[in-house]
Design a protein around this ligand. Structure first.
Ligand SMILES: Cc1cc2nc3c(=O)[nH]c(=O)nc-3n(C[C@H](O)[C@H](O)[C@H](O)COP(=O)(O)OP(=O)(O)OC[C@H]3O[C@@H](n4cnc5c(N)ncnc54)[C@H](O)[C@@H]3O)c2cc1C
Length: 440
């Protein structure tokens, strides 16, 4: 972040777009209330791990990362309470040794609890266990008038449901209480299957619906009979009897690994069709056998990308977008074929293309992204050709009655995003919200 004329340049994980804004960083609730009252518009920002423009505002941003205190941990009932800026990795460091895990976690543990509610994040268990918001007992929120309101499904329930997945547009969450999941070990029993094409990968998802966790990585540059070539992973929390002997003595021990670091922005020519193809080839053939059974630590299963600090620099200084869409299950194979064809034709391949199965959750959580369907998330480097590709992909997603995930979005059209409906507060506003409104 760079300071310019008392304003700071801020961007999220995709480094696009960039705003110059007044950046407020405090844990003083009285001060936060004052800032809200005085600022013409403001948005909460967690750890800035959204890819796009949802926690950016051109006038004022309130960073919550100093709201970083644990409040209570009820080991009897598996209930955790903390301030909203606490990072999930800090919670894991505390709860895993005590035999608990997060009920839902995204593909990075470097996000705040407030951000997890703002986007109502989901993980590899969306089809079986829903979104993060399903496990919230209550939270405290500062409203546009500077009042602190306790919200739960019973108390201020409308505000509660508008806030879950509401992208920060209802106020600033300051503390949260949520339930945890019990585990016996810090390990995951994992099965990895190589799928040769799209038909095979959909069959894998169908046959594995009983597994708690599932995800596939797709090589989105393959064409013809190899289109949809994937590595499919399913997993369960391993119980004690499933651990190899070497880990049995300390089953809840989390072994921290050394992290790699990308020290600077890569020049933009580094990432091209050739390097993406080479990466995808190596990733697929790294798996020697068609099916591999292993037990891995939870970091390797849930957070492989967190092993590389600043990996977003690979996309160069202009950044990238993540295009994550979902289409209904019945449109899955046809819609995905069309999308993959369009991407392969464009030559703008993605290093990471992640396919997941989703299930529509609690209808009260009306701002949530998941429907019964398949979602694909793709990273694209910012360049001159990208808006045209996004337009083309948006058209296909719209045709199949799909939607775009707002936590990733920075470019898509309004019709794919307007499932998030929060009554006007006149106070909390983001660049994303403004952009969507201006498309009216
Ligand atoms: C490598 C990687 C993998 C990811 N994988 C997944 C995944 O599998 N599933 C998934 O769902 N997401 C995933 N994400 C996206 C990420 O989990 C979400 O964007 C998350 O919301 C980021 O949280 P944050 O703390 O960084 O908040 P930010 O990105 O700063 O903010 C997110 C939203 O929440 C709001 N918000 C933040 N704090 C508060 C608060 N205290 N009060 C009110 N509103 C608030 C913001 O206004 C904003 O709209 C991934 C991101 C990365 C970088």
């Amino acid at each position: 972040m760079k300071k310019v004329d008392n304003r700071t340049k801020v961007t999220n994980w995709g480094k696009y777009p960039v705003v110059e804004t007044h950046f407020h960083l405090t844990s003083d609730i009285r001060k936060i209330t004052e800032i809200i009252k005085e600022s013409p518009s403001i948005i909460a920002r967690g750890n800035g791990r959204s890819y796009g423009d949802n926690s950016l505002n051109k006038d004022h941003i309130l960073s919550t990362v100093k709201l970083d205190k644990f409040i209570s941990f009820d080991r009897e009932n598996g209930i955790f309470e903390c301030e909203a800026g606490v990072i999930l990795s800090d919670i894991l460091d505390t709860i895993v040794p005590e035999g608990f895990f997060l009920p839902v976690t995204p593909g990075t543990k470097l996000i705040t609890v407030g951000g997890a509610i703002g986007a109502n994040v989901h993980g590899k268990n969306n089809h079986s266990e829903g979104c993060f918001g399903d496990y919230i007992l209550d939270f405290n929120l500062i409203t546009e008038k500077g009042e602190i309101k306790k919200c739960s499904p019973e108390e201020n329930s409308e505000l509660f449901w508008n806030t879950i997945g509401g992208m920060g547009l209802t106020g600033i969450i300051i503390s949260v209480r949520f339930t945890l999941k019990k585990i016996q070990t810090a390990y995951i029993k994992q099965v990895v299957i190589k799928a040769d094409n799209l038909a095979e990968i959909f069959k894998c998802f169908d046959e594995s619906e009983g597994w708690t966790y599932s995800v596939a990585w797709i090589d989105c540059l393959q064409k013809g009979s190899k289109m949809g070539r994937s590595v499919f992973m399913i997993g369960e929390h391993a119980d004690l009897t499933e651990l190899p002997a070497k880990w049995k003595a300390m089953p809840l021990l989390h072994r921290k690994k050394t992290k790699l670091n990308i020290p600077f922005n890569f020049p933009s020519f580094v990432l091209n069709t050739f390097t993406v193809k080479a990466f995808n080839f190596l990733y697929y053939f790294k798996q020697r056998r068609k099916v591999t059974n292993t037990v891995v630590d939870y970091d390797s299963f849930f957070y492989p990308l967190d092993a590389v600090n600043n990996w977003n620099r690979i996309y160069g200084k202009n950044g990238f977008i993540q295009y994550q869409f979902i289409i209904p299950k019945e449109a899955g194979k046809e819609g995905m074929t069309e999308i993959l064809k369009t991407i392969a034709r464009s030559g703008q391949g993605s290093f990471l293309a992640v396919l997941k199965l989703y299930k529509k959750g609690n209808p009260k959580a009306h701002n949530s992204f998941p429907i019964d369907g398949y979602s694909l998330a793709l990273d694209f480097k910012i360049d001159k050709k990208l808006p045209a590709l996004v337009k083309e992909l948006d058209e296909i997603v719209e045709y199949y009655n799909g939607r775009i995930y707002l936590a990733k979005d920075a470019m898509s059209r309004k019709s794919l995003i307007n499932y998030v409906k929060v009554p006007e507060t006149g106070k909390f506003d983001s660049v994303q919200h403004e952009r969507i409104e201006s498309q009216m």
